[in-house]
Design a protein around this ligand. Structure first.
Ligand code: ASP
Length: 331
């Protein structure tokens, strides 16, 4: 290279972001009833979804990678008591909170997951540490917490996660099991509701990442684990196909390998992500009796929401920078 060419290259402005970037998030799917939801509560959900998707998008717009983007979005949802992840997660039958999370990136198919953690403030940060700083993919319970402490992650008492609303939901669930009727609290705007959180992003380098964080299902027992921390069920990312984060009745999502099945259909059948998601969520899963939904992104940054429930808390910022925030099916 001649000196003049080199001088010219050095004078050029920094390269513009190479490819498109986009992000999509969810805060759970289920029977979310508009008639029972006050305007204030709806506004609060919309505000928090907007804050989370914007935080993730800022990472992408600044040239950051998709793993960091999905983590920033999920951190806000974990900290919000509105959603079933981190603070505000659902209770087990024993009156505790046990959290699961996972993250995967689509360039090298690296992944990290944790299940049954009770004292780690942010399970998604722990899943990230498993992905980055351990030779493993999935850690459980007290072992995962020892690893969290070794990684210097913030530890909290289990009470930190507790909210009155989720305790009321546990009491409702136990009463239903015993065929006893107890008064329904005023804030029961969600009937059958999965409020796991998740995010999927495509960064300017073409890397897709997906992350999911949850408390699982109300009244769970015996160390029950759902789909959210299972790579291929609740979370999957592959740059050659798509990224997916799921929410719904985990037992069905595990059996149908939902996240992987959607990406496999894109990859091997050559169909688009929207068609693949619909085939699994409103086809396979529905036929099995499973309810819930997914969010996803393809390598071009096309964003998809797909669910077979009346509503799903969801938001996205697409490749043109357009913000979209939705709760109910019809808008
Ligand atoms: N999928 C989660 C689980 O089964 C629940 C949810 O989506 O809220 O643990």
């Amino acid at each position: 290279m001649t000196k003049s060419v080199l001088a010219l290259l050095l004078c050029l402005p920094p390269m513009a972001l190479a490819g498109p970037h986009a992000i999509v998030i969810h805060g759970g799917a289920g029977t979310i009833l508009r008639d029972h939801m006050s305007a204030e509560v709806e506004a609060e959900y919309r505000r928090t979804l907007t804050k989370a998707v914007t935080a993730g998008h800022q990472v992408l717009a600044g040239g950051g990678n998709s793993s960091d983007a999905v983590i920033q979005a999920v951190l806000i949802l974990e900290d919000s008591p509105l959603f079933n992840a981190g603070r505000g997660a659902v209770f087990t039958n024993a009156g505790q909170v046990e959290l699961d999370a996972s993250i995967m990136r689509g360039d090298d198919l690296n992944a990290g997951a944790v299940t049954g953690v009770k004292r780690v403030r942010s399970p998604i940060l722990l899943a990230e540490q498993v992905m980055l700083n351990s030779p493993h993919v999935m850690l459980m319970g007290s072992g995962a917490e020892s690893f969290a402490a070794a990684q210097k992650l913030e530890m909290v008492d289990n009470d930190y996660f507790h909210t009155k609303r989720r305790r009321d939901q546990l009491q409702q669930a136990i009463a239903r099991e015993q065929n006893v009727s107890i008064p329904v609290p005023n804030d029961a705007y969600e009937v059958r509701k999965f409020s796991t959180v998740g995010a999927v992003a495509l960064d300017a380098n073409g890397t897709i990442a997906a992350a999911t964080s949850t408390g699982g299902m109300t009244n769970k027992r015996y160390g029950r684990i759902g789909d959210s921390p299972i790579i291929g069920a609740g979370t999957y990312a592959d740059n050659s196909a798509c990224g997916i984060s799921a929410t719904g009745h985990g037992e069905y999502f595990i059996r149908a390998a939902v996240a992987y099945d959607i990406c496999a259909r894109v990859k091997y059948q050559g169909i688009d992500l929207a068609a693949a998601s619909e085939a699994v969520i409103n086809g396979t899963l529905q036929a099995m009796g499973g309810s819930g939904g997914v969010i996803g992104i393809d390598p071009a940054g096309e964003v998809v929401y797909s669910f077979n429930t009346p509503g799903m808390y969801r938001a996205s910022i697409d490749t043109s920078g357009q913000l979209d925030v939705r709760i109910f099916r019809e808008r």
